[in-house]
Write a protein that binds this ligand. Structure first.
Ligand SMILES: [Zn+2]
Ligand SMILES: [Zn+2]
Length: 363
């Protein structure tokens, strides 16, 4: 038990903490994971639900993502919720037994970006499963208590884990000022496109059109509340015709477009489909460098907005889930336990795409 803190028992001494370690390309192994000591402001959390993110799969397949390279074995996973086992002496907001959703990123709280409240842009950020920082697909983790958010009784731990992807949609909607007068176009109906759709609706958007190349994903988007779904190709020469289709499907102007795919073609489409004076928010990162018709969009005063992760989103996500304004449960398509075999299977399922949306571990 931590000095002066509160604990549910001595389980840390009785059991060996295990985690899913990324050891190399396509090589994930469940191995012991020694927890750091519990600081006065930390909580020790028993993980109960951990989702697989596109970025986790990317690290498994390539050992890198953008500028981040996995050079040493790293524990994977960052979309998580669990139960508090122990809290440090200074922790006031939590007690053992509390069910919490966990925000993954620890920022420095000293730099100007942190002080301005834009802590998601902190250059000292320590973020789960972004090398060299370990992630949270483990029996237990230690994390700052201020990044653990208590779940109401009617919100499940799986829904708590979904606060992480949902936060991306919420942050994007805040950045783009979505409200009851904003018609929204969402490019891409993958997990991030779908949470952006759900967030835009919760922010009050009256009309949402979603676009994808896949019929199944579009049908899911319709079930989740998209007003219209437009199927597109991956061929650049179809852009002009598809922009017309999108405008027709909207019936009115597109005020804000979210590009949740982030390819040359999706961004070109978003820039062309958005009404003069509107905004295009780039959420997905399919291509790291793009060639897009920016000048024609600039002369129509279209604002291009970038986003990086999220900030201060957990309380709002939890409120959307508690009130029923957002239901993320239909996004969870696959569930696995925490054994070596199931971890491998789960990541393969997630990598395959198709009818898979969100793969969740129950620990
Ligand atoms: Zn994620
Ligand atoms: Zn900082």
């Amino acid at each position: 038990m931590g000095k002066g803190g509160m604990s549910r028992g001595n389980s840390e001494e009785e059991e060996e903490n295990m985690a899913a370690w990324l050891l190399g390309v396509n090589n994930l192994k469940i191995q012991p994971f020694k927890l750091p000591p519990l600081g006065p402001h930390d909580a020790r959390i028993r993980m109960k639900a951990v989702g697989i993110c596109g970025s986790d799969v990317h690290y498994l397949k390539e050992m890198k993502l953008a500028d981040f390279v996995v050079k040493e074995p790293m524990v994977i996973g960052h979309e998580c919720a669990g139960i508090i086992e122990e809290v440090g002496a200074e922790v006031k907001n939590l007690v053992p037994g509390d069910r919490v959703a966990v925000e993954p990123g620890i920022s420095c709280w000293r730099c100007n970006l942190c002080k301005e409240g834009r802590y998601n842009l902190c250059t000292e950020m320590k973020f789960f499963a972004t090398p060299p920082v370990h992630g949270s697909l483990a029996n237990q983790i230690v994390h700052p208590a201020d990044l653990c958010f208590k779940l109401p009784d009617n919100v499940t731990l799986e829904e708590g884990a979904m606060c992480e992807p949902l936060s991306v949609g919420v942050h994007a909607c805040r950045r783009a000022n979505i409200g009851p007068e904003t018609n929204v176009l969402v490019m891409g109906a993958g997990p991030i496109g779908l949470v952006t759709l759900l967030a835009a609706r919760a922010f009050g958007s009256p009309r949402i059109v979603i676009v994808d190349v896949d019929d199944y994903r579009l049908s899911v988007a319709k079930e989740l509340g998209a007003d219209e779904a437009v199927k597109v190709s991956t061929d650049m020469k179809d852009v002009a015709a598809e922009i017309e289709q999108i405008k027709k499907a909207m019936g009115d102007g597109v005020d804000v477009s979210f590009d949740c795919a982030g390819f040359n073609k999706t961004m070109t489409t978003a820039l062309g489909a958005t009404s003069s004076g509107g905004k295009v928010c780039l959420v997905g990162m399919g291509h790291s460098i793009m060639t897009v018709p920016l000048t024609p969009a600039a002369v129509r005063e279209i604002d291009v907005i970038g986003i990086f992760r999220y900030k201060n989103t957990w309380p709002l996500c939890i409120e959307f889930l508690r009130s029923g304004k957002i239901d993320v449960k239909p996004l969870i398509t696959h569930r696995y336990g925490f054994s070596q075999k199931e971890v491998e299977e789960a990541f393969e399922t997630s990598a395959h795409g198709g009818k898979t949306i969100k793969v969740m571990f129950n620990l």
